[in-house]
Design a protein around this ligand. Structure first.
Ligand SMILES: Cc1cc2nc3c(=O)[nH]c(=O)nc-3n(C[C@H](O)[C@H](O)[C@H](O)COP(=O)(O)OP(=O)(O)OC[C@H]3O[C@@H](n4cnc5c(N)ncnc54)[C@H](O)[C@@H]3O)c2cc1C
Length: 386
């Protein structure tokens, strides 16, 4: 039994994974009144899937998520295949787990059942490190409370982050539309469960099955008059279709099957190496929001959670600041690299037709899964205890 009194602010993917992995008592504060049923798909790569399997979720993921068998890049106009990477058995052989497509709300519910009870409807307004303890204040009339350590897992608009450092943002010039459609409406496109990515000038479109649904996300250039980072802001299906005029017929079959879409401004941030302030630390999007092109946001949140749990397990209150400091050194190097890779990938995927695009297509066609060993073969708990 730990002597540490640990508080987690935010019961999203990072917060719940931490609470489930830590295995000792902790208090979870969540502003939402209940578990959300909104949200589209997440791609869960082996680096995060191994953490989820270690929580006993392999069977449930097998039932509710989709094991993606391949990842296919296609040309924007003709839909011709540029490259197809087999995932399926190759991925399991090389990295020990499948590559999953899962509905965020399904993963959220799976984690909720593995974590201690969440105190819902408790929006945190500020946290203050007072030396031996950290004070948490709430907006909802709940009295302030003190803990030995506070973990900010409160996502992209983190309040806890305000006590650690400023959030320096730059609009990327792109917005992303997301949608979820019943798989039956486009079943002809997904005989084999695979991720399909159409790439072309200034934009790309990703879709993959998640259980009985197909999730899609589509990046579109935009001016800087609309910068809302919100999972619920509505978009227009017609505007999305117009943004992809001249693109593949199959892509338009996916858009045409959508009843509604959400719209989200893609905001970029430089990698940072400051996630701690004394006994306050950050994980997931609160620590390091990243552009979505490498599909690693949720995966890095899960890695952070597993690494933090390993770093804190069995520690006493006096050891917290040094454990957090060491953790941040290990994690910031890895996450910073992934943030940079994701940003570069965005530029590569959006090349106009020409010599650079031809070189890109050739490189993609000859790439192999083993090139991803640095990313998908990583074990966060071992990296932190090494
Ligand atoms: C409702 C919702 C839907 C999403 N849908 C998608 C999607 O379709 N596709 C995708 O790629 N990503 C989606 N995401 C984001 C994705 O889950 C994260 O980018 C990623 O998993 C990193 O997880 P995280 O735990 O850091 O953040 P999140 O999973 O966003 O979790 C943050 C949690 O903190 C809570 N919170 C925020 N502020 C406070 C506060 N002041 N006090 C207490 N609690 C607070 C939030 O309600 C949320 O539960 C969604 C997030 C949310 C919250």
């Amino acid at each position: 039994m730990s002597e540490l009194s640990v508080a987690v602010v935010g019961a999203g993917i990072a917060g719940l994974t931490f609470a489930a992995t830590y295995g000792e008592a902790c208090s979870l504060y969540e502003k939402a009144p209940a578990a959300p049923s909104i949200g589209c798909g997440l791609q869960i790569a082996p680096n995060a899937a191994r953490v989820l399997h270690s929580l006993g979720l392999a069977e449930e993921l097998g039932r509710r998520a989709t094991k993606l068998q391949a990842r296919e890049f296609r040309r924007w106009d003709t839909g011709a295949t540029i490259a197809c990477t087999q995932l399926g058995a190759s991925c399991e052989r090389l990295f020990g787990t499948p590559y999953y497509g899962v509905r965020r709300s399904d993963l959220h519910h799976m984690l909720l059942r593995r974590a201690p009870a969440v105190r819902t409807g408790q929006a945190v307004t500020s946290v203050a490190d007072q030396g031996e303890k950290v004070r948490i204040d709430f907006s909802t009339g709940h009295p302030s409370i003190e803990h030995d350590i506070v973990i900010g897992a409160d996502g992209i608009g983190s309040v806890v982050r305000n006590s650690v450092r400023p959030d320096n943002t730059v609009f990327s010039g792109q917005v992303i539309y997301r949608g979820l459609i019943p798989r039956d409406r486009v079943r002809h496109l997904f005989d084999e469960p695979k991720a399909v990515i159409w790439v072309g000038p200034a934009r790309h479109f990703v879709c993959y099955p998640v259980g009985e649904f197909v999730s899609f996300s589509a990046s579109v250039p935009a001016d800087d008059s609309w910068e809302q980072e919100s999972w619920t802001a509505p978009g227009s299906v017609n505007a999305l279709a117009e943004a992809y005029i001249g693109w593949s017929r199959d892509l338009h079959a996916v858009i045409g099957a959508a009843d509604h879409v959400s719209r989200w401004a893609l905001v970029d941030r430089e990698p940072v190496d400051e996630w701690n302030s004394g006994r306050i630390t950050l994980i997931g999007d609160a620590a390091h929001p990243m552009l979505p092109y490498a599909a690693q946001g949720a995966n890095q949140a899960i890695e952070d959670a597993a690494a933090l749990a390993a770093a804190l397990r069995g520690r006493g209150a006096q050891q917290v600041p040094s454990a957090l400091h060491r953790l941040m050194r290990v994690r910031s190097e890895r996450v910073g690299k992934i943030q940079r890779v994701s940003r570069e990938l965005g530029m590569t995927l959006h090349l106009p037709d020409g010599p650079e695009q031809i070189a890109r297509d050739t490189a993609m066609a000859t790439s192999s899964l083993t090139e991803l060993t640095w990313l998908w073969g990583y074990e966060p708990d071992k990296a932190i205890t090494a």
